[in-house]
Design a protein around this ligand. Structure first.
Ligand code: FRU
Length: 561
């Protein structure tokens, strides 16, 4: 029996209790999708992190596994808090390149950031990349790799590691700069050190690994601060490739994606799910590097850097490692600016956070994930774009679907009489000369609503949550690219017409609104906190009436199965 909760996603995945942030370790293995995530089970705030775990056969119905019962300590924080588990990825090592598995059998290898400092070490970095392996995706082993590391203190003195420190580092493949590899002479005396991070930057986290078929090796993108690439034949020994310190991001990822309708493939670099660049992954001056396509700007050729989500509640995207080329991505559906009390930073001193809202309501979870989306690249009149299409697997959740052709005017409301906070809506319309806007109001009661509307004259799509709740109850403001935004704000994106038409997909699930436009090249993801009775819809047009085709379906809950 599910407790009645005010705010619980029903067809999106959310952890049963505790805090979650980034999706981690995503991998398809033996017929199941494994979704791990940044997890703190004991509070609705970011805490000493472990990985939570959920599995699914269809990307929609998720079973969350108990942690740590299934986890045998790996990926669970140490009791003294010195080992915390940050974001990372997992791969299917089919050919047993790592040697961790039985001959002829593969298994899973997770590569993630261990954060914190072992006793007796101070200063320098506190983030490094570690690995563990598993044959069932549930039980993980942290191998002892036997790297010869030393500790360099603040004064530059070099120390041998203590047994405890050696144990702490036993499965670390890339360490922070003040725990470099030792260089010894024949007698074993230390004659120097080599840092595994040529940038010696203490922000060194979020490794995402993929198999690079062209060079037949594993490639890791890792950042936190500047982006670095490493390569490896076996997931254990990693060689520095390009260091791209002009790209600063958390949770970097390179997707290898087909350009629809061609034989061509492109690499797409995701900067934490907020921005993306399309380009290639190439060897330049002897190192593998991401080379972005450029566009001609006022300051000359600049990388083509595009918005991956035009609204604030999508972050830390990751895709599943899957062999057949299908790339399915999900994002943490929240924003650090107001997710919990410790990270909230706002200019006006307002203090409402999602943590605060959850506590006030007596709810036990704070964290949810966006819709799963298939990724590809499409050619548009403006150039190549990333396409994010909600996976077709969601169709099975549709219930009571209504489809109709209608003429929308300022009085029409074909959705009148429907009460729903959990639905999927699609519309295609061809604005007439004189059509000013097409408007869909959702999560609506007499005072509040979220308004999705297309402004025909400006070609701008609006997903406006400025009237979604009372101002004094709204979460704090947030900073994006140096600009402050209100929580109660209208978010917008330019959407060009295709053959004189606009097509929108809208997904509402209890307290989230996701809108896809421009052939799924434009995405806006927003959390809203509607009142219980805000379950009405209104669909109309302003100006010259417009022909439209729409469909509306309520969505089932996987959680109640
Ligand atoms: C991004 C992030 C990552 C880090 C993790 C910690 O949201 O800050 O960079 O690994 O969250 O929970």
């Amino acid at each position: 029996e599910q407790e009645e909760e005010a705010y619980r996603e029903q067809y999106h995945f959310s952890n049963e209790k505790g805090w979650s942030n980034d999706p981690n370790g995503m991998v398809y293995y033996n017929g199941e999708w494994h979704l791990f995530f940044q997890y703190y089970p004991d509070g609705v705030n970011h805490g000493p992190m472990s990985w939570g775990h959920a599995v699914s056969k269809d990307l929609v119905h998720w079973a969350e596994l108990d942690i740590p019962d299934t986890f045998n300590a790996a990926l669970f924080p140490s009791e003294d808090g010195t080992r915390r588990h940050f974001s990372g990825s997992a791969v299917y090592d089919k050919d047993n390149t790592s040697g961790f598995f039985k001959d002829g059998q593969g298994g899973l290898v997770a590569v993630w950031t261990v954060a914190g400092r072992p006793a007796g070490m101070s200063g320098g970095g506190s983030q490094r990349q570690a690995i563990a392996y598993s044959t069932d995706g549930i039980h993980w082993v942290e191998p002892d790799l036997g790297y010869d590391r030393v500790y360099v203190d603040r004064d530059g003195n070099i120390h041998e590691l203590t047994e405890k420190q050696k144990d702490y580092y036993k499965n670390v493949v890339l360490s922070e700069y003040n725990v470099p590899l030792a260089v010894r002479d024949a007698e074993g005396n230390i004659i120097g050190t080599t840092s595994q991070d040529p940038l010696n930057n203490s922000a060194f986290r979020d490794p995402k690994v993929f198999w690079h078929e062209d060079s037949k090796q594993w490639i890791m993108a890792v950042a936190g601060g500047p982006l670095r690439f490493y390569s490896s034949p076996d997931l254990k020994t990693w060689t520095a490739q390009a260091m791209q310190d002009d790209i600063i991001t958390e949770c970097p990822e390179l997707y290898y994606l087909p350009v629809e309708g061609t034989d061509e493939y492109k690499y797409v670099l995701s900067e934490g799910g907020r921005w993306y660049q399309i380009g290639d992954f190439k060897e330049v001056d002897g190192v593998w590097t991401f080379v972005p396509d450029t566009m001609n700007g006022p300051t000359g050729d600049v990388p083509l850097r595009l918005n991956m989500n035009y609204a604030p509640d999508a972050y830390a995207a990751q895709s599943f490692y899957k062999e057949d080329g299908r790339v399915v991505m999900v994002q943490w559906m929240s924003n650090w600016s107001y997710a919990d009390n410790s990270t909230v930073r706002q200019p006006d001193g307002s203090k409402v956070t999602l943590e605060g809202i959850r506590k006030m309501l007596g709810e036990k979870h704070n964290g949810q994930f966006t819709l799963m989306a298939d990724l590809s690249v499409v050619r548009t009149p403006e150039g190549l774009r990333l396409k994010q299409t909600p996976v077709a697997e969601y169709d099975q959740m549709k219930n009571l679907e209504v489809k109709d052709d209608i003429v929308l005017d300022d009085k029409s409301n074909p959705l009148e009489g429907i009460h729903s906070q959990q639905f999927q809506f699609e519309i295609e319309f061809a604005p007439e000369k004189g059509t000013e806007k097409v408007v869909l109001e959702v999560l609506k009661n007499k005072d509040y609503q979220t308004t999705i509307w297309y402004d025909v004259n400006t070609g701008i799509l609006h997903v406006d949550r400025s009237k979604s709740m009372a101002a004094e109850q709204a979460p704090a403001d947030h900073m994006q690219n140096g600009t402050w935004f209100k929580f109660l704000q209208d978010y917008t994106a330019p959407v060009a017409m295709t053959n004189g038409k606009i097509k929108l997909k809208v997904f509402v699930d209890n307290y989230s609104v996701e809108v896809y436009a421009g052939n799924d090249t434009i995405v806006l993801t927003e959390l809203v906190f509607p009142y219980k009775d805000a379950d009405l819809l209104n669909l109309y047009a302003v100006g010259t009436p417009v022909n439209a085709t729409y469909s509306f379906a309520t969505m089932d809950s996987y959680r109640k199965d």
